[in-house]
Design a protein around this ligand. Sequence first.
Ligand code: 6PG
Length: 471
Amino acid sequence: MANSLYEFGMIGLGVMGRNLLLNMADHGFAVIGFDKDTEKAKALESSATAGTRVKGVVSLEEMISQLQRPRRVMMLVPAGKPVDDVLESLKPLLEPGDIVIDGGNSHFTDTLRRVEYTKTSGFHFMGVGVSGGEQGARTGPSIMPGGDQEAYAHVKPMLEAISAKVEGEPCVAYLGKGAAGHYVKMVHNGIEYAIMQLISESYRLLQSAGLNNDQLHEVYKNWNSGDMQSFLLEITADIFLQNDDKSGQRLIDVILDKAGSKGTGKWTSQEAMDLAVPATIIDTAVSMRTVSAYKDERVLAAKVYAEPKIPVSADTQLFISQVKDALQFATIMCYAQGMAMLHTASEAHDMQIPLPDAVKVWRGGCIIRSALLGTFYKALKETPELPNLLLNKAVADIVKEKEHNMRAVIVQAAQAGLPAAGFMAALSYFDAYRTEKLPTNLVQAQRDYFGAHTYQRIDMPGSFHTTWLHH
Ligand code: 6PG
């Protein structure tokens, strides 16, 4: 009777859950989805491609009873308590060997806790990051699985079939032990926040040079090619052309300048601090979304402090090319910070993340996909344990080529009083990282002066304390 059973089950038929399941059905798998909401269960069936095997049910028990063994179930429900609630309802229904996947944006520490918790029940629990939004889920997302390798083997064929493909390779790979999948997805989102912040700053800079929405569209469209091709630049170019049916204006001009967030960028920053890995552009991006929320205060402050009246370069074409290089330079810094985090976290959390594979799965389907990832993939295939992408020669060559214009843009932004915190964070990170001798010897001296915290010397090993003279 195995053939009449379904091969994969989905809990939560919101647009992401439904689209992933339909994608699976399009690849020949018989799938079943559960949602308490009858409308959503019906919508799953009515939106299925003709000839595919898709069923929607409103009873979890019914779905589980119609799955082949070992049962393969994914949940796509909001992070937090809903995931725990689903696990509780699944516990009495599953058997040893069954596989439960959390495909949402769960915090990696929750995933670790759940992996441990479900061990006693005998079924496998995997945290799997999925990126690409609604469209990606339907046509080819980037998938970041982690956890039990034995369990992964059972879902690998399906995940490979539905994922995006780049140069014939699927954008899914086993990314390590424990909560590695959700960890990699968290860092993906941190990088996403940082790059989005940089693009928004470049928009403000170009606007200050007098570019209108049509011109902005053209600039981003041109940038989105060759070495700079990226999904985020592609959608940015589109955004400037969108008309608003309510006001008749361009939609971008009637959107309030307050950005929300669901917290994954903040998690990345918090974790980077705990890990002691600098992720300054991600930190800045999170803080800038927070600054954006203080709209009322910003309106008041704008009245108190006038903008400096020093314009950016009068040569608009030159300025556009400088901002282009600055954006590429700063974007590389975002990936470098994210990958450095993964490098350290892999060992610190005993996840054994294969770094080349993490980059490989980001090359297609996800929000941060870009041509640069091809360069990073090559770099990490050559040296999988590379602690920082900036140490790779091919990456360094690009950085050195763009560095001059990065500095030119920062000077102009500072003089014109334009907010460019992300760009500045990127350049500051670079300048600190490439500096052999930082001024932190003074910080050590101060710590020892007021707190006897001791210091190390450059000319002999050991810890030293000095009774500092008060002059
Ligand atoms: C993705 C996105 C996705 C989601 C973000 C948005 O990879 O498909 O990252 O997971 O859009 O969580 O995050 P914020 O709401 O925090 O901006």
